[in-house]
Design a protein around this ligand. Sequence first.
Ligand code: HEM
Length: 206
Amino acid sequence: MMHWLVAALVFTTLIVGFALANALAAYPTLLMLHKILGALIFVAMIARVVNRLRRQEPALPATVGRWERRAVIASEVSLYAALLAQPLIGWAMLTAAGVPVMVGPVRLPSLIPVDAGLYALLRNEHSVLAYALVILIAGHVAAVLLHTLTLRDGMLARMAIALPGAGQPGSTGTAPATMNGPSGDQLCSSSARDDDNASTPRGSAT
Ligand code: HEM
C-alpha cells in the first residue's frame, strides 16, 4: 500500500517539478504544491525506512538471479537515498536563496546560510537527482514488467494492495490461474534457478 502511495506522490512531484521549472503565472501555486508533496515524500520515506528496519522483506522469486538480485538491492538503496535526499536538497536550496521555506502554513527552519553559489550548486543537484530518479524509476518499472510479462513469476502481484499470499516470505507471488506460462516454482526448478538466492529473504536494502 505504502509502495503505491509513494509511487503516486513521486510521479506527481516530478511532473509538478518539471512543470514548475517552466511555469510563469502558476509558479507560486505549483511551488507550494511541489513543496507539500516533497515534504510528504520525505515523511513517507522515513516511515518506510523504519518499517523495513523492523520487518524482514519478503523473499524475491527464485527467477531473480544472483546478479539481478544485487542490482535490485542497489537500485532500491539508490531510490531510497534519492527520495530522502531530494526533499532536503530542495529545502536547503531555497534556504540558500534566502527564501522563507513555507510548507503550507508551516515555516521550516533555515538549513544553511544564504549563499548564491551554494544555491546554484544545489539547484543543479536537484535537477540532476530528478533526472536520476526518472532513470531509476524507469529501470524499476521495466524490470518488474519484464518479470511479470515474460517470466510470469508474479513479481507485480508482490506489490499489489493486500493480495492474499503476496508478500509472504518464500512466496513467488499470486500469478492468476489464467496465465499459461511456467509458474515461479516451475522456473525455480529449471535452469533459471539460482541456488544462491532461491527463497532467501532479501538482505536489508536500507
Ligand atoms: C522527492 C521530492 C522532490 C522531487 C522528486 C522534486 C523534483 C523536482 C523537479 C523534477 C524539478 C524540476 C527540475 C528541472 O527541471 O531542472 C524541481 C524543481 C524545484 N524543486 Fe523540487 N523536488 C522534490 C522536493 C522538493 C522540495 C521539498 C522542495 C522545497 C522545499 C523543492 C523545491 C524545488 C524548487 C524551488 C525547484 C525549482 C523551480 C525553479 O526552477 O525555479 N523540491 N523539483
